[in-house]
Design a protein around this ligand. Structure first.
Ligand code: AMP
Length: 144
């Protein structure tokens, strides 16, 4: 299963922020969209960072409530690991396990075209194995 197949089901919507956005704006976005991370983009739409709930927790632990008014450039992770449409679900799981993160933006030709979370990968794999089980059952009952 490829990233292209996962995005075909979940869509290409990605929530983005500029690095001048505050932590307050970030938690508002993560909460209203019910997501765990947003991608930080530059003026040309290029990926410049990622900010996730983990970064919010670390920011609050370090600065207390005053972190909420600070720009996310202070807290985001730079050097974002990205993937392509042709990457497989297995290679994404390996990337996530090795890097200890749960979100991977999809970039094609320098453009952000989607995001895949560990939840998206697990959901597709469960759906695939359900389909496979159903097909096996049909095959066995028809063969009998
Ligand atoms: P997450 O598990 O996605 O909430 O992220 C855990 C940590 O990894 C946070 O510090 C994120 O900023 C960072 N992170 C999340 N996704 C990526 C990624 N694709 N590449 C590099 N760092 C990431």
């Amino acid at each position: 299963m490829t990233v292209a197949v996962i995005l075909k089901h979940k869509g290409s919507q990605v929530e983005t922020l500029r690095q001048a956005a505050t932590l307050q704006q970030t938690v508002a976005l993560l909460s209203s969209k019910r997501i765990g991370a947003a991608i930080v983009v530059g003026s040309g739409g290029e990926v410049s960072g990622v900010i996730s709930e983990r970064d919010v927790v670390n920011a609050l632990a370090q600065h207390g409530a005053s972190a909420m008014g600070m720009p996310i450039e202070n807290f985001m992770t730079r050097g974002v690991v990205t993937c392509r449409m042709t990457d497989t679900a297995e290679s994404l799981m390996e990337m996530m396990t090795r890097g200890r993160f749960r979100h991977v933006p999809v970039v094609e030709g320098g453009r952000l075209v989607g995001i895949v979370s560990i939840g998206d990968v697990v959901k597709r794999r469960i759906e695939d194995s359900d389909l496979e089980r159903h097909a096996m059952r049909e095959y066995i009952t028809q063969a009998g």
